[in-house]
Design a protein. Sequence first.
Length: 249
Amino acid sequence: MSLGVVFLSEVCGTAMLTLLGCGVVANVALKGTKGNNGGFLMVTWGWGIAVFAGVYVAAKSGAHINPAVTLGLLINGKAEYAPGVKVELASTLTYFGGELLGAFLGAVIMWLAHKQHFDTEPLPANKLAVFSTGPGIRSVPWNLVTESIGAFVLVFVILTFGGSPSGLGPLSVALLVVGIGVSVGGPTGYAINPARDLGPRIAHALLPIAGKGSSDWSYSWIPVVGPLVGGSLAGAVAAVVPIIATAAS
């Protein structure tokens, strides 16, 4: 498989992810929408369905749609990211680039769908919350811990049972994301995906959204670094678990 196909696959899958995922937050957070005040449970299920759709769309490239997954596969020692895609620097950067661009494009399309509601929403914080995550209690070390744990669970389960998101199955990954959201997602809004937060945050900064306020760049590195740390740890631990199991038997 060419890296061009990989790139387009990840762009399309991650765009679908943020279009639907950020879209459900817009439906809950913005004034006057039919789903306004739908609650956190609606958001978690919406993101689960967004992952379900994104994994299907990007199945050809293994449906990473998340740099933490790509990094986890790399550290785990996989020979291929997907059938016919060797793990090497060029392919790694291709996944990262496709994921970030796709996340940005999906957020832009989401904004177009909700343009009038962004125009009438009075609170800048609600507008930013549609695009990116933010903590309930701002604490750098603990916010990092929370994001790392969420991403660890995501990547560890994928590597342990499926090898890749498409291998585990779109529905399984979707339910896993819902489970992470309702269990450890409350403190930070569970980005668990650097591209999912950074791409839409860049869109928020660039789009002509009236009264949008700050993009909160002082916090922006946490939902990037935390998931990368969690994904890396998951890749390392998932590589060791079979060795321990073999030794124990």
